[in-house]
Design a protein around this ligand. Structure first.
Ligand SMILES: NC(=O)c1ccc[n+]([C@@H]2O[C@H](COP(=O)([O-])OP(=O)(O)OC[C@H]3O[C@@H](n4cnc5c(N)ncnc54)[C@H](OP(=O)(O)O)[C@@H]3O)[C@@H](O)[C@H]2O)c1
Length: 376
């Protein structure tokens, strides 16, 4: 395993280069601002609209993607994965000869949705965290660790350029780990579906339902199963399971070691891979669960190939599941309201002039400003 840090960076690799950041969303905004603050000549490529206005307000040079890539030695493709293919097709002939095409996730290269021109260097710098953290950590003098990979290297300088880019967004402060497009894509998809999103949310939901069905108050069950998760995740993030064990009670540690393996058990693990887990990815999302394979994962081609061709919309069944999950969040704003005002929340509380609750852990709150207003 090779971990790169600031001392490995060849600052000359991108010196004087113009960097076009396409997309000004979660990653795009963080990368563009960090690169600018690191002294690079940055131009943002977006359509006219909210992102355009936001980037202008942040003091960046903003252009349509077709104009932004002209003269850019490095183009960072930071629009959503499912829109990268048509955008690349539109820009393919406009990219400078010998430019570097950079991705923050390997999806489109690994699944051959984008086949870049042969003269382009193609690299990956994938921060292991959301964009707002990439920006915040940079401003605090720290950095989110990144994965780095090279898919095409006609200039023989692709890795040096990728490392310089990672340094520009603060990644080398946290460490840059070398990988391949395949490994980054497959582990990222596995992680988000089996552990981080699919796994963790389902554990929360099932735990919440169990407590409520046993007669406990929904708000208390919510706090126990969802709200407190952050405290544990923070400990795990800071110092792994060792640190978590140092800070939790004896009963919690007993539960972890004796009940944990009973809840998430061999059967759960058996659901995860199919034969060779490294090469098997993802349920057929576009077909819903109609033809559910015996395990969570199925082949890349049947899963994401089809997903990419048609785009993914949740099936009626998946929408119903999302609806059931959203109901779980209701007690949270109600509990906040009761704690704050000492009385239960009415169905339509008086609308305050501005939102006063900034609970960042409550998804139901955060999803809709209208709800946020009416609940606080
Ligand atoms: N989010 C994360 O935490 C994270 C972490 C690691 C890696 N990544 C990777 O980073 C990449 C970007 O993801 P993201 O989450 O940052 O995306 P995002 O927030 O959804 O990006 C939205 C931005 O892309 C723009 N956009 C969408 N379609 C466009 C088009 N056709 N032409 C020009 N601009 C367009 C949007 O502009 P409008 O306002 O005009 O729609 C908006 O500025 C992806 O490859 C993703 O896998 C994301």
């Amino acid at each position: 395993m090779r971990l790169y840090s600031q001392k490995d960076v060849d600052k000359k690799a991108l010196r004087g280069a113009r960097i076009a950041v396409l997309g000004y969303g979660s990653q795009g905004r963080a990368h563009a601002l960090n690169l600018r603050d690191s002294g690079y000549d940055v131009v943002v490529g977006v359509r006219k609209g909210d992102s355009w206005t936001k980037a202008k307000k942040d003091g960046l040079q903003v252009m349509e993607p077709r104009t932004a890539v002209k003269g850019a030695q490095l183009v960072a493709m930071l629009v959503p994965d499912l829109t990268q293919k048509p955008l690349y097709a539109e820009l393919k002939t406009l990219l400078e000869k010998g430019a570097t095409l950079l991705f923050a996730h390997g999806f489109n290269i690994h699944f051959k949705q984008i086949k870049p021109r042969k003269d382009l260097d193609v690299v990956l710098i994938a921060p292991k965290g959301p964009g707002d953290l990439v920006r915040r950590q940079y401003q605090q003098g720290r950095g989110v660790p990144c994965l780095m990979a090279v898919a095409q290297n006609p200039s023989k300088r692709a890795k040096a350029k990728a490392l310089a880019y990672a340094d520009g967004i603060g990644g080398t402060r946290g460490g840059v780990l070398e990988t391949s497009f395949a490994e980054e894509t497959e582990t990222d998809l596995f992680g988000e579906q089996a552990v981080l999103c699919g796994g963790a949310t389902e554990l929360v939901v099932k735990g919440y339902e169990t407590l409520v069905e046993a007669g406990y108050q929904p708000a208390v069950a919510y706090y126990e199963c969802l709200h407190e998760l952050k405290l544990i995740v923070d400990l795990l993030h800071e110092g792994g399971i060792t640190k978590m064990h140092r800070f939790i009670s004896e009963t919690a540690k007993y539960g972890d070691l004796t009940r944990g393996p009973r809840i998430v058990n061999k059967a759960t693990k058996k659901e995860m891979p199919h034969r060779n887990s490294a090469r098997q990815i993802c349920a057929p999302m576009d077909r819903g669960e109609q033809r559910r394979p015996p395990q969570v994962f199925e082949t890349v081609e049947s899963g994401f190939g089809a997903l990419h061709r048609k785009g993914w919309r949740p099936t009626a069944r998946q929408n119903a599941l999302a609806g059931r999950r959203r109901k779980l969040d209701h007690p949270c704003p109600r509990a906040h309201y009761s704690t704050r005002y000492g009385r239960p929340m009415k169905s339509s509380p008086r609308r305050p002039t501005r939102p006063r609750c900034s609970t960042s852990t409550c998804t139901w709150f955060m999803r809709s400003p209208r709800r946020r207003l009416s609940a606080c």
